[in-house]
Design a protein around this ligand. Structure first.
Ligand SMILES: Cc1ncc(C[n+]2csc(CCOP(=O)(O)OP(=O)(O)O)c2C)c(N)n1
Ligand SMILES: CC(=O)[C@@H](O)[C@H](O)COP(=O)(O)O
Ligand SMILES: [Mg+2]
Length: 636
């Protein structure tokens, strides 16, 4: 006799409240289905896979025991939140992840009340959880705050600052240290070794029996509840850990895939905990999907893939990525200058410095997710006579801004900032867009700021930075592939503060800073067809400005347009400031600056994001025609 089809438990769970009546057996099944659904969804959308698979049991146990959205689960970085999204009313949209108009790949407060705190950058969760905790203490309608933070994110300074503060305040809050012994790459540092020692020395705790027994032995909670609860928790904890010293009860290490243990533990903590508790859960990145488990670095973020084989669907590339060009150029420079060293903050693959590390292992430093330290460490290296290249994504460099100002710029130390992912990055969205670096670097006295217009120019900019020993220098370049231009055999240092004319035209000049130059040239072609070919120049430097070039363009054209892939306050603003000081606007000169709009642009593919930003060839063409007063049919 054939069995009736079994309805998936997941089909019955739209919200965490639907989990409350489920038995522990059902929750086990739910976890299996959730894992399968996560794999299936990411195979369609691409995105962060390994981290989510590693927290499936944690996600189920947390939502089964705690009461969200009153209780606040705060996912550090947020890249592991896909299973959480599936259980919190978003399963029907999970295959829109990271696409235009679809779900964000990170937690986002505007998306759901279950996303208690937005993220994308790491190491913020404990601070936010502590904030919620103190809001509750001061009378706000918040329940428990639970930060879920990875071993990689725990290396960020903010996490320690928050532990220090949380231990001092002593209020009930939970930190789940999700230790999978991986960051994007293998984690580095003394903390990582310490965590390994913690569970090497203390066997994995079987808390089931202990928690069950302790709860049943306890008298009613209102009879000396607090003191006894503390004692019971003490029985589950190991004394003398770093976390205990900071004022947290340390529970663990526990198997973060043992759902039964997690359920018992969270139920016990929920009813009994009185102060801050850190739960050390051991998990496996990519758990339950062999391709992601076997290569957790590749499974961290993936293109779309075939579920059966794990083979990723990637478009063939015609040109090297900017990242690779940077890495190879730096290796070339370093092979001739032994003072050159490189610094990455937990992004060796992302910045290409893994290639540098293979060639010069002693001269490459991965500081962990610690951009602030990475910048000041680079400053120290420079003060010590080395030539550091500090390679950090534009968006993560924001973390190290005071260090750039205080430790680098004021001391005029020759730190070379290689700013990758400058501009719009696509599916990672607003948290990862490199929109502000031109503004925050170019306003610093003594800072040289360059942007590569193509991959060949990037080679020269690496050479320029290597040769520039008089003070700090930065060069920016975008995510993705170059333009496919001819490559120089070797980088040649550029003259500081000098741009170049790309093609001569008339009436309007377009001065481009960075890789929008390709779109400018497309626009020029379209305008040439109308007999209105503008002059096109590549500024190369936002600081110092090529004042001669700018004045020449102004003198020879009736209008000047600047364009850059950055927020207002960057290159165009510096040009405007210079021209206003020259009195150019007093005589009614026509000037426009094309910058990213004053909004945070949501995730989408880069083309769509450029369309939102009105930074494509058609937008540039329209800007020129508008300036010249040529009427055209309005675009939608
Ligand atoms: C400030 C900052 N720097 C770098 C990153 C890039 N990044 C995203 S996830 C990640 C690794 C996080 O490791 P871990 O916290 O252990 O989480 P896991 O992926 O192992 O689950 C890194 C380096 C980031 N998001 N934010
Ligand atoms: C979550 C996070 O911050 C990283 O994983 C990021 O998504 C990597 O971006 P790239 O793919 O541009 O290296
Ligand atoms: Mg990890």
């Amino acid at each position: 006799m054939s069995q009736p089809p079994v309805t998936p438990i997941l089909d019955r769970v739209r919200l965490p409240s639907d989990m409350k009546g489920l038995s522990d057996r059902d929750l086990h099944r739910l976890a299996d289905e959730l894992r399968a659904e996560t794999i299936s969804a990411v195979s369609v959308t691409g995105g962060h896979l390994g981290a989510g698979l590693g927290v499936v049991e944690l996600t189920v146990a947390l939502h089964a025991v705690f009461d969200c959205p009153r209780d606040k689960i705060i996912w550090d970085v947020g890249h592991q939140c896909y299973p959480h999204k599936i259980l919190t009313g978003r399963r029907d949209r999970i295959r829109t992840l990271r696409t235009r108009g679809g779900l964000s790949g990170f937690t986002k407060r505007s998306e759901s009340p279950y996303d208690a705190f937005g993220a994308g950058h790491s190491s913020t969760s404990i601070s936010a959880a502590l904030g919620f905790t103190m809001a509750r203490e001061l009378g706000s309608e918040c329940g428990d705050a639970i930060a879920v933070i990875g071993d990689g994110a725990m290396t960020g300074g903010m996490a320690f600052e928050a532990l220090n503060h949380g231990g001092h305040l002593g209020k009930r809050m939970f930190v789940i240290l999700n230790d999978n012994e991986m960051s994007i790459s293998p984690p580095v540092g003394a903390l990582s070794s310490y965590l390994t020692r913690l569970y090497a020395e203390a066997p994995m705790q079987d808390l089931k029996a202990m928690a069950k027994g302790a709860v049943s032995l306890l008298p009613e909670p209102f009879q000396e509840g607090a003191r006894r609860a503390k004692e019971m928790l003490k029985g589950m904890t190991i004394g003398g850990t770093l976390f205990e010293e900071l004022g947290f009860d340390y529970v663990g290490p526990v198997d973060g895939h043992d759902l039964e243990t997690l359920l018992h533990l969270f139920r016990t903590l929920k009813t009994r905990a009185t102060g801050p508790v850190l739960i050390h859960a051991l998990t496996k990145k990519g758990k339950g999907y062999a391709p992601a488990e076997n290569r957790p670095d590749r499974g961290h973020a993936t293109a779309r893939f075939d579920v059966l084989t794990g083979a990723q669907v990637k478009a063939a590339s015609n040109a090297p990525s900017y990242t690779k060009v940077f890495a190879e150029s730096l290796i070339d420079q370093a092979s001739r200058d032994e003072k050159i060293v490189a610094v990455t903050a937990a992004m060796p693959e992302g910045t290409g410095l893994n290639l540098f590390a293979e060639r010069f292992p002693r001269r490459c430093f991965d500081v962990g997710i610690a951009e602030q330290h990475g910048v000041t460490f680079s400053a120290g290296l420079a003060a010590g006579g080395m030539k550091p290249f500090c390679a950090i994504y534009s968006t993560f460099l924001q973390r190290g801004y005071d260090q750039i100002v205080h430790d680098v710029a004021i001391q005029r130390l020759p730190v070379r900032f290689a700013i990758d992912r400058a501009g719009l990055v696509g599916a990672d969205g607003a948290t990862h867009a490199g929109a502000f670096d031109i503004g925050f670097m170019a306003n610093l006295p003594g800072m040289v700021v360059m942007a590569a217009a193509d991959e060949a120019d990037l080679v020269h900019m690496v050479a320029t930075a290597a040769a520039h020993d008089e003070g700090p220098i930065a060069f920016r370049y975008p995510r993705g592939e170059g333009m496919g231009v001819d490559m120089p055999t070797q980088g040649v240092p550029l003259e500081i503060g000098k741009g170049r004319i790309i093609s001569e035209g008339a009436r309007v000049a377009i001065l481009s800073f960075g890789t929008r130059l390709a779109e400018v040239l497309k626009a020029r072609e379209a305008l040439a067809a109308r007999g209105l070919a503008p002059t096109v120049a590549d500024a190369r430097f936002a600081k110092p400005l090529d004042k001669d070039l700018i004045l020449r363009l102004v003198a020879e054209h009736e209008a000047l347009i600047c364009i850059e892939e950055g927020a207002v306050g960057g290159f165009g603003s510096h040009v405007a400031q210079f021209l206003s000081e020259q009195g150019v606007f007093d005589r009614g000169y026509k000037f426009r600056s094309m910058v990213l709009p004053d909004t945070f642009i949501d995730h989408a593919n880069p083309e769509d994001m450029y369309a939102v930003a009105r930074m494509n060839a058609a937008d540039i063409e329209a800007k020129v025609l508008d300036l010249l007063g040529v009427a055209v049919a309005k675009r939608a």
